[in-house]
Ligand binder design. Structure first.
Ligand code: SF4
Length: 343
């Protein structure tokens, strides 16, 4: 039997839905940040912003977004450019696989959709790198469709207001949140509603420091007044759990490698030892085998090209002729004798 909560769609629930919608839309009208992607309904620009913004802070994303669209103002501009250009313009934003997917998406949109980013979430979902959140966000923020979707911030707000504290763990099932998100979208106001929930989660009902005192949703919120106590009661380890230093991670090293490759004017790229030399002082550890593993991971993601170092200066035939009589498996090749370039 479904549990009876104020999230369910009974009369009391519907009254609460209206109250929450009113309070949140009014809060948004007075508190929304003026962000570049909120000033447009251009589907390409909206798509770029949504791809860039996931797990990347708004302030950090803005200059990258502007520079990217200056170079690729239309989906055709991106589809017609080589991937290496897209990687160069993406710069140091990180999450580099996204630019590979975005580039593939641009080509599919031009070739199969006449250059128009689709408006149907089901069609959007078939494009590379586009999941349910991005599909919903494009359908809503570009085409003003009354489409339900949610990201982490929106999930948190909906959970707290309708189901109670999400700490130490969420209690609502994903389907319950999905059903709730669908029910709440006010007809004809999906754009403002989804922006409002998202903004409220980013600015007010944050993960660790929700501003509960004076919150405009406080009277309707199942988590209030327990939310702050629930967070305070989290085990210390859970509150202070720290990821390894970013500078020590392979993700950081991938970014530094791409930065060096973007700077390199020789389209043949760099030999691995030279790449390691140029990374000195930037990354804590540039041990050759680790660096090789990192460049191979970039190659798997379509972000780099790895070739045997010898391929560039000596013809394959010459190499074969030189090695055949002596090597025959007796000599171990140096696994780090490779060149790396942008694709
Ligand atoms: S009262 Fe606190 S937990 Fe509830 S919506 Fe407001 S900030 Fe979030």
């Amino acid at each position: 039997m479904p549990r009876k909560t104020r999230a369910s769609g009974d009369r009391k629930g519907r009254k609460k839905d209206r109250a929450v919608r009113g309070a949140l839309l009014s809060w948004y009208a007075h508190n929304a940040r003026d962000l570049p992607w909120r000033r447009t309904r251009d589907p390409w620009r909206v798509l770029v912003s949504e791809v860039m913004l996931q797990q990347i802070q708004v302030k950090r994303a803005i200059p990258f977004y502007e520079r990217f669209l200056e170079r690729f103002p239309t989906v055709e501009a991106m589809a017609g450019a080589p991937l290496s250009d897209a990687i160069r313009i993406w710069g140091d934003l990180g999450r580099y696989r996204r630019v590979v997917s975005l580039h593939r998406t641009a080509r599919i949109v031009v070739e199969e959709h006449g250059g128009l980013v689709p408006s149907d979430p089901e069609v959007l979902l078939k494009l590379p790198g586009i999941g349910p959140y991005t599909a919903g966000a494009v359908a809503c923020f570009a085409y003003e469709g009354d489409v339900p979707f949610f990201d982490t911030n929106m999930h948190r707000v909906l959970h707290r207001v309708f189901f109670g504290p999400d700490a130490p763990a969420a209690t609502a099932k994903p389907k319950e949140i999905r059903d709730l998100a669908s029910r709440l979208v006010p007809p004809g106001r999906g754009w403002a509603w989804n922006q409002a929930v998202m903004e409220f989660g980013a600015l007010r009902c944050t993960a660790r420091r929700p501003a509960c005192p004076g919150c405009p949703l406080r009277d309707h919120c199942e988590a209030s007044p327990k939310m702050l106590d629930a967070l305070a009661a989290l085990p210390r380890a859970q509150k202070t759990a720290r990821a390894p230093r970013y500078e020590d991670t392979n993700r950081f090293l991938r970014g530094r490698v791409l930065a060096r490759l973007r700077e390199e004017e020789d389209p043949g790229g760099l030999p691995l030892p030279e790449l390691a030399r140029r990374l000195q002082g930037e990354a804590a550890e540039v041990e050759p085998l680790r660096l090789k593993a990192v460049v191979e991971s970039l190659e798997r993601d379509g972000l780099a090209r790895v070739t045997p170092a010898a391929e560039r200066s000596v013809s394959p035939q010459a190499v074969a002729e030189e090695r055949a009589p002596y090597a025959a498996g007796a000599e171990q090749e140096d696994p780090t004798e490779i060149r790396v370039s942008l694709p």
